[in-house]
Every structure is written in C-alpha cells, then in structure tokens.
Design a protein around this ligand. Structure first.
Ligand code: SDX
Length: 392
C-alpha cells in the first residue's frame, strides 16, 4: 500500500507493500509470524493463539487467549437464513464454488459490520469471519454429501468444533480423537498467513477500494482456488494417486522436466522459497505421526516420500531450486482424517482467513493507505487514426 512498484526483467510488475505480520526468507527457508518461527508455533502454540498473535501483534496472556477464544466461539453460528442459500447449489458443486458464493453473500446478512471506517465494526467483522468460516466450510461439505448440517457447539475447541460439524451425523456422534484435532490444528497454523501471496494481495487490492470485508475475503477465496496456489493441495494428492506406485515416479519426473509438457509436480516449487518450505518440514513429520497413531498405512505417503527424494537429487530440480511446498504432504494427512480432495482447498481458505483478515486490518487501519493501482509496461500500438470500415 506504499505504492512502490518494482519491475523485474520478466516485465512482471511486483507491487510491494509494508507489513509487519509475516517475514519470509525464501533462500534460507525461514517463515516468521510477528517474529516467531513457524516451526515453534506449529509445535508449541495453537491455531487460536496464532490467530490472536497475527491480529494483535503479541502472544496473548492466558486470560487474553481465553477471552479471545470465547469471543470467537460465540460467533460460530451463522444466520439461519444462510442455510437456504446453500440449497441453490447443485449437490455436486465444488465446495470452493459454494465458499466463494456464501462468503461473498455474508455482507447481506451482517450489515452491522461492513463500515470499514469504524474500528469496532472492523473488529466484529474480523471475528465473525474467523469464527464462521469453519461452520460454512463444514456446511459446504455436508451439502455435498447430502447430510444434514450440524450446528456448532460452545463446549468444543475451535478445531474440534469444525471436525464435529463436518463428520458428526444425527445418528452417531463423531468420536473426537485428540490426535486428529492436534494434526488439524497444526495444519491450520501452517496455513494461517504467508506474506503477500496471490490471494492475500487480492484481498488487499479489493480492500483498498473500500469494499466490505466479506466481499474482500470472497475475492481471496476465488484467487486461492487456482491449482498454482491453494488448489495445489487437491492437485498434489490427485497427482500422487495417479502415480500410484513408486515404480511410476520416473515417468512423472520426466514429464515435469519436459518443457513441452504442461505437467508440473504439484506441491513442488514456489515463487519465493528457493529452499525447503519450512511448513513442508512440519507437514511431513505430522503426516508420519498421524498415519502411525491412526494406524493408517497409506501407500501414497511412501510414493510422496520417494518422489521427494528422487526430485531433490535430480539436477533439474536442484538447478531450478524446486522443493516441496506446504501443499505436498498436507493431502496425505487430510485424506487420513477423512476429507475428500475437493475439501482440501476449502481447509486452506478456512485457515488463511485469519491471515487475510489480519493483512486487511493492517492495510485499512493505515490512514495513509490509498486505492491500489498496479501499473503496466505498455506493449500495444502507438497512437493511430480511425479508418472507416469501407476503407479498411
Ligand atoms: C502456494 O505465494 C505463496 O506464498 C503461496 C503459498 C501460500 O502459502 O500462500 O505458499 C501457497 O500457492 C504454494 C505453491 C502451490 N503450487 C504448486 O505446488 C503448483 C506447482 N508449482 C508450480 O506451479 C510453481 O512452482 C509455482 C506456480 C508455485 C511457481 O511457479 P514459477 O513462478 O514459474 O516458479 P519458478 O519461477 O520458481 O520456476 C522456476 C522454474 C521454471 O522453469 P523455467 O521457466 O525457468 O524454465 O522451475 C519450473 C518453472 O517452469 N517449475 C517447475 C515446477 N515449479 C516451477 N517445474 C516442474 N514442476 C514444478 N512444480
């Protein structure tokens, strides 16, 4: 939002902004949230605590965390009229299509938190978005499988509540396994924020025009859906399933290296990381832990580990500095928990909502911020005069 533009030789302009939320050193593979390393936060903190940290800049005291968690918990229900909104979708609609539509419509339900110039309304909108995203995500899943919606419960933690709304059915309560809750909470933390990625930049640009926060987050969800961005977790597991067995890996490595083949290794490479994505390190360890504790023997995990080893030792990937990113192993865990691949990017959006909201707040509360206006390097024709059609 400082309006600084830099042009790289590839003629792609990169709008830059000032932000104190997240720091990435792509060459060193470092990711800090308000100064705290992502590995420490994932292993020692909780997603609710990371939400507080991103929104407020400091880790909370025990009372601050309790109060914040209570506030979020008490915003998890959605307007009952919203359930009718879902019924307009086909049952086979991609859950991300539902998320874009329903979240974009929230401003029609929560008029009292759309005035971006009112700090109190911004605070309420921020809490509503973080609190209601799990409910809406679970509803999108329930609608796609033809099961009744399950209401949030105030006696469950943020992550356990989401799992219960997703997997519980009237005929049988969902058995809340602490191993699954811990893994899901880690995955949320690993996806919380990531500097000025494409979807966050989309939220900032939409927000810079003064659009309401619900519309801005819907824009971020739409951008995240792409397979080059948040859609990569769904694409990565589908790729691993298509490879199927370790002996078929060389065929796909060869395709990824073939410039004439549009195929890319999904879950590999990154616009910023030219070293190992620190989130992928935690994700691989979590995948190993969860599969062992759940007693799941998924051959796809072996394919993923072998593919990683082959790629990391291949001159092409070494020269291009391509490493696994956050999306490479996440699908193995989500699949073991019971999510279909179509829900993977929805989970990314659920977790990234706090990052989008925190980045939006940081920008919108800066009195000096102006509407974003990326410029271009014009490559079209020089000025010329109009020619009547009968003279062309
Ligand atoms: C996310 O920005 C963020 O922070 C995003 C994110 C977040 O938290 O918000 O981290 C989340 O989006 C992670 C990325 C998920 N996407 C994928 O895993 C899809 C597969 N990856 C690629 O599509 C690709 O790596 C991108 C899109 C992520 C980056 O593409 P770039 O900008 O082309 O990558 P690059 O400049 O580093 O590429 C260098 C070279 C290129 O070849 P040359 O043009 O130099 O000949 O490596 C090639 C690329 O073609 N390359 C790949 C590859 N990724 C890049 N070749 C094969 N397989 C790949 N995965």
């Amino acid at each position: 939002n400082t309006g600084m533009f830099t042009y790289d030789p590839g003629f792609t302009s990169t709008a830059s902004c000032e932000s104190g939320l997240t720091y990435i050193d792509g060459d060193a593979g470092v990711l800090l949230h308000r100064g705290y390393p992502i590995g420490q936060l994932a292993e020692q903190s909780s997603f609710m605590e990371v939400c507080y940290l991103l929104l407020n800049g400091e880790l909370p005291s025990a009372k601050e965390l309790a109060d914040f968690t209570t506030t979020i918990t008490r915003h998890t229900m959605v307007h009952e009229q919203l359930t009718a909104f879902f019924r307009g979708f086909r049952r086979d609609a991609h859950p991300m299509a539902i998320m874009v539509g329903v979240v974009g419509a929230l401003s029609a339900f929560y008029h009292d938190s759309t005035d971006i110039n009112d700090p109190e309304q911004r605070r309420i909108a921020s809490h509503r978005l973080i609190a209601k995203m799990p409910t809406i995500a679970a509803m999108a899943y329930k609608y796609s499988v033809g099961q009744p919606f399950v209401y949030p419960r105030n006696d469950l933690s943020y992550t356990a509540n989401f799992l219960n709304m997703t997997f519980s059915v009237p005929a049988e309560d969902y058995k809340i396994d602490p191993v699954v809750v811990d893994a899901m909470d880690k995955i949320f933390t690993l996806h919380a924020d990531h500097e000025q990625n494409a979807s966050t930049s989309t939220v900032r640009l939409a927000g810079s025009s003064g659009a309401n926060p619900f519309a801005c987050i819907a824009a971020g969800i739409a951008c995240l859906w792409g397979p080059a961005h948040g859609g990569a977790n769904e694409a990565a597991l589908n790729m691993l399933r298509e490879i199927g067995t370790v002996d078929r890996i060389p065929e796909y490595i060869a395709r990824a290296k073939n410039k004439d083949d549009p195929f890319r290794l999904m879950g590999f490479g990154h616009r910023v990381y030219k070293n190992y994505d620190p989130r992928a390190t935690v994700m691989q360890k979590t995948a190993k832990d969860v599969l062992e504790k759940l007693g799941v023997n998924d051959p796809i995990f072996d394919v993923a580990k072998e593919l990683e080893q082959i790629a990391l030792n291949d001159p092409y990937f070494i020269e291009k500095k391509l490493y696994p990113n956050v999306d490479f192993y996440s699908g193995v865990i989500l699949s073991a928990i019971g999510f279909p691949t179509e829900m993977f990017t929805v989970l990314f959006a659920l977790a990234r909502t706090v990052g989008w909201v925190a980045q939006w707040n940081e920008m919108i509360s800066d009195p000096a911020q102006k509407i974003g206006r990326p410029r271009q390097l014009y490559t079209g024709p020089t000025q010329r005069d109009y020619v009547a059609v009968d003279k062309r």
